[in-house]
Design a protein around this ligand. Structure first.
Ligand code: SAH
Length: 236
């Protein structure tokens, strides 16, 4: 019997093909954003607004003025690390499998643009968090993990959360009219539906505390959705 999982588009994902693709891409904002560098500013502002609303709704403990330690997962050249996370966290770790992108993040550190912590040059499927995080930021990279890898990865992230910490996911949404995920052969990734993400979060034991579609992006791009997650079970 063929399980529905084995028919899922994510079985086509090859992490080594993805690395070949990303190694061919220049370490620039344009490279990170697939030829739409102009969305970066809107994206970073949208993320800051989303987080601000989340923290107003669920305020951190009195003693905590800023978020302590964050991590930018699949960080690329550190567009989000420098442009947003370093402004809301005291220290930001970075996980990125492509050496030349990670090197770019280090350069930014040397010019003093951000408060950087550890840089882990590895894929998220292999990353074992060593620190406790107030914020685990995942943007435009989770499509490189299979559904099964993503569930396992999110469970590891849950365990690495500091008390009151958050897992944030900001990803493209599949607009396929039959509601299926879309495999992209060019960078060997899948674009998942909102429904699939919710199923994966549930399997990982995560609850959605807040979710919003990023406003103001060009119509020809996939809609982008932000989810704020914490471990927990739905009360029955
Ligand atoms: N999050 C950044 C970069 C997005 S580009 C931003 O928003 O600007 C996608 C990034 O995912 C690239 O840097 C690519 O190298 C990285 N990536 C590819 N495979 C990955 C994997 N298995 N685990 C984590 N990141 C991966």
């Amino acid at each position: 019997m063929t399980s529905s999982l084995s028919q899922s588009p994510d079985v086509q994902i090859s992490q080594s093909d993805a690395l070949v693709y990303w190694n061919s891409i220049p370490p620039t904002v344009n490279g990170m954003l697939g030829g739409y560098p102009q969305v970066s500013r809107i994206d970073l502002r949208g993320s800051a607004n989303f987080l601000a609303k989340l923290l107003r709704q669920y305020p951190p403990p009195e003693s905590q003025k800023a978020l302590g330690r964050g991590v930018d997962c699949g960080a690329g050249i550190g567009r989000v690390t420098m442009g947003f996370l370093s402004k809301v966290c005291e220290i930001v770790d970075v996980v990125e499998p492509v050496g030349k992108f990670a090197a770019e993040v280090k350069l930014a550190q040397m010019t003093g643009n951000g408060r950087l912590g550890e840089i882990y040059v590895t894929g998220l499927e292999d990353w074992k968090p060593e620190n406790r995080y107030d914020l685990v930021w995942n943007q435009w990279c989770l499509g490189h993990l299979t559904d099964e890898q993503l569930v396992t990865y999110l469970k590891r992230c849950s365990k690495a959360l500091a008390n009151g910490g958050w897992i944030l996911v900001k990803e493209n949404m599949s607009t396929n009219k039959d509601g299926i995920d879309i495999f992209d052969v060019e960078d060997s990734s899948v674009t998942r539906t909102d429904q699939k993400f919710r199923k994966i979060f549930e399997e990982a034991g995560l609850l959605i505390f807040k979710t919003e579609v990023q406003p103001g992006f060009p119509k020809q791009l996939f809609p982008v959705r932000c989810y704020a997650l914490r471990p927990g079970k739905i009360p029955c």
